[in-house]
Ligand binder design. Structure first.
Ligand code: RB5
Length: 146
């Protein structure tokens, strides 16, 4: 799977750990490339747009709290970005929300927990059914339809 990765300075170290962990996927790293202070929208929008354009199948975005990257990613049409700080939320974000971008907290979870979250996020399928109906309503809203 082709995966878009992006962080700011507060997510840089976890992004590097993830790059070592996700060896079975093709990773496109949109930065940041150091712990020097930078603005999360600069990398987050690029990665989210790559997913929205289907250049990447999914994305993982990381900032300090996960909040900024969540806001950025969910501004991009077609993105369903989910901030997950537990394995159970990762599971639900795939089963119920068909999450296509996982957002992680660089400053609030261990790298070990992040790996567990990522493993479940990749291995859990979308349930469809009533959840597809709900996602269709979001898609229609994005298109300006009722
Ligand atoms: C950076 O200090 C921090 O504000 C950022 O990583 C993120 O948490 C913003 O939402």
């Amino acid at each position: 799977m082709k995966i878009a990765l992006a962080s700011d300075h507060a997510g840089f170290e976890l992004k590097e750990t993830i790059k070592e962990y996700l060896t079975e996927h093709e990773l496109i790293d949109f930065g940041s490339h150091s712990t020097d202070s930078m603005d999360y929208p600069d990398t987050g929008f690029k990665a989210a747009e790559a997913v929205a354009r289907s250049e990447c199948e999914r994305g993982i975005l990381i900032c300090g709290s996960g909040l900024g990257m969540s806001i950025v990613a969910n501004k991009v049409k077609g993105i369903r970005a989910t901030l997950c700080n537990s394995v159970e939320l990762a599971r639900l974000s795939r089963k119920h929300n068909d999450s296509n971008i996982l957002v992680l907290q660089g400053r609030f979870i261990s790298h070990n927990l992040a790996k567990k979250i990522i493993k479940v996020w990749f291995s859990t399928e979308f349930d469809g059914g009533r959840h597809q109906r709900r996602i269709d309503k979001i898609s229609r809203y994005e298109k300006g339809e009722k």
